[in-house]
Ligand binder design. Structure first.
Ligand SMILES: O=C(O)CCC(=O)C(=O)O
Length: 271
């Protein structure tokens, strides 16, 4: 991280990195998603993928169905294999994660999200609650975040398309966030909408108040979320499950990020 990035990440609780995915990998990913969307739920199960529709998600405002008949949904994606498993240790991103977490780390969640016209996601976190899975910590000159999430844009997402939104600096707030539980309003003075183009990434502390504006455009928003944590955290459900042959294809670093390294490496080496 540069001095300026360190300053901005601490100040705001997020960073935007432009063009971290090439046109080539974006093409492969979008083609793979098109293919997955052509499959029935039953066919998807053979790939160990399950679409989780947003209907029972208390944070979600559910949009209209797409022309292909899909409602807003999230699904696990690493079982598909490449190209999605390539992002587990994406070289541009790894140095940021290492510096933001400063501990042996693991991937603790990975998913694909599709959101349609009318869909949105309410503000959550950043209201001084103590959540062991989300804490933002800066201690004696070192970031020690308990969770860093990366939102990779697979489509261009402007304000009209229901982009990600935050309250900058709320990861350090000591008071309850008055907007928590509401769909972010882009005209509210506290709200910062973050537009991205496909291939961009937003890295953020899970402690930051964040959500997504309502998608008022006609485009489906496609996003990948990959989340990292110190090795002592467990993963979120089965979202880090990988596909057949992963161990034979993957680099040692990628395997360690999925399985989790020894959580207290420093202490172990001192024994
Ligand atoms: O849809 C979005 O961009 C918001 C996602 C979000 O709030 C989350 O992953 O916790």
């Amino acid at each position: 991280m540069t001095q300026e990035e360190r300053y901005l990440f601490d100040l705001n609780g997020y960073l935007v990195l432009k063009n971290v995915l090439s046109q080539k990998i974006l093409g492969l990913m979008n083609t793979a998603i098109d293919h997955l969307e052509s499959l029935s739920e039953q066919e998807l199960k053979f790939q160990n993928i399950s679409r989780d529709y947003a209907d029972d998600n208390v944070y979600a405002k559910v949009g209209k169905k797409t022309k292909q008949g899909h409602k807003d949904y999230c699904c696990n994606i690493l079982t598909y294999g490449e190209p999605f498993e390539n992002l587990i240790d994406w070289p541009v991103i790894m140095p940021y994660l290492q510096e933001m977490i400063s501990a042996p780390l693991r991937i603790d969640a990975a998913s694909f999200m599709s959101r349609n016209t009318g869909g949105g996601f309410v503000f959550h976190h950043g209201y001084a609650e103590l959540l062991p899975y989300s804490e933002y910590i800066f201690d004696q000159g070192t970031f020690r975040c308990a969770s860093i999430k990366i939102s990779y844009a697979l489509s261009d997402v402007g304000v009209e398309d229901g982009c990600f939104a935050v309250i900058p600096g709320s990861h350090k707030s000591n008071f309850q966030n008055p907007l928590v539980g509401q769909i972010p309003d882009p005209n509210h003075p506290l709200v910062q909408p973050i537009s991205t183009q496909k291939g961009d990434a937003i890295l953020f502390s899970e402690d930051l108040s964040h959500g997504a504006l309502e998608n008022r455009g006609g485009k489906v928003r496609r996003t990948l979320f990959y989340s990292y944590a110190p090795a002592f955290q467990t993963s979120w459900g089965e979202t880090t499950q990988v596909g057949p042959g992963f161990e034979t294809r993957a680099t040692p670093q990628r395997i360690e990020l999925v399985n989790g390294p020894p959580p207290f490496e420093d202490q172990l080496t001192k024994l």
